[in-house]
Design a protein around this ligand. Structure first.
Ligand code: ZN
Length: 114
């Protein structure tokens, strides 16, 4: 399960951020996950609750925003959301190209109490 290692890295990053900012407590953590990563929201939540035990992140609310992959059409310049099994531009029908939208995974926001 690749979610386990990505959540582990996420927790390490959050712990580092908390100690750098002398936070006593983390109230909430928000992450953005692109759907192209293949990470499942439920799996991320599951590993977060398991792996955050005995860390400063235990019982912290994890909020996940999933980002739909976006494609770009080189022919007409349109940018559109990828449909299942289709890469074609809805405007001109030419195949679109992948963009970085949908491949991201990062901490968007953290609420801390110092
Ligand atoms: Zn097009």
């Amino acid at each position: 399960m690749h979610e386990a290692s990505v959540v582990e890295a996420l927790i390490k990053k959050a712990e580092k951020f908390a100690s750098e900012n002398k936070a006593q407590k983390i109230l909430k953590i928000s992450v953005v996950a692109g759907e192209t990563t293949g990470y499942m929201e439920e799996a991320l939540q599951h590993y977060f609750s398991v792996l955050s035990k005995d860390t400063i992140l235990e019982n912290v609310k994890l909020s996940i925003t999933m980002v739909k992959p976006r494609l770009e059409c080189k022919s007409c310049g349109d940018s559109f959301e990828r449909k299942r099994f289709s890469f074609d531009c809805p405007k001109c029908g030419k195949p679109g190209q992948m963009t970085d939208f949908g491949t991201e995974f990062y901490i968007d926001n953290m609420e801390i109490e110092g």
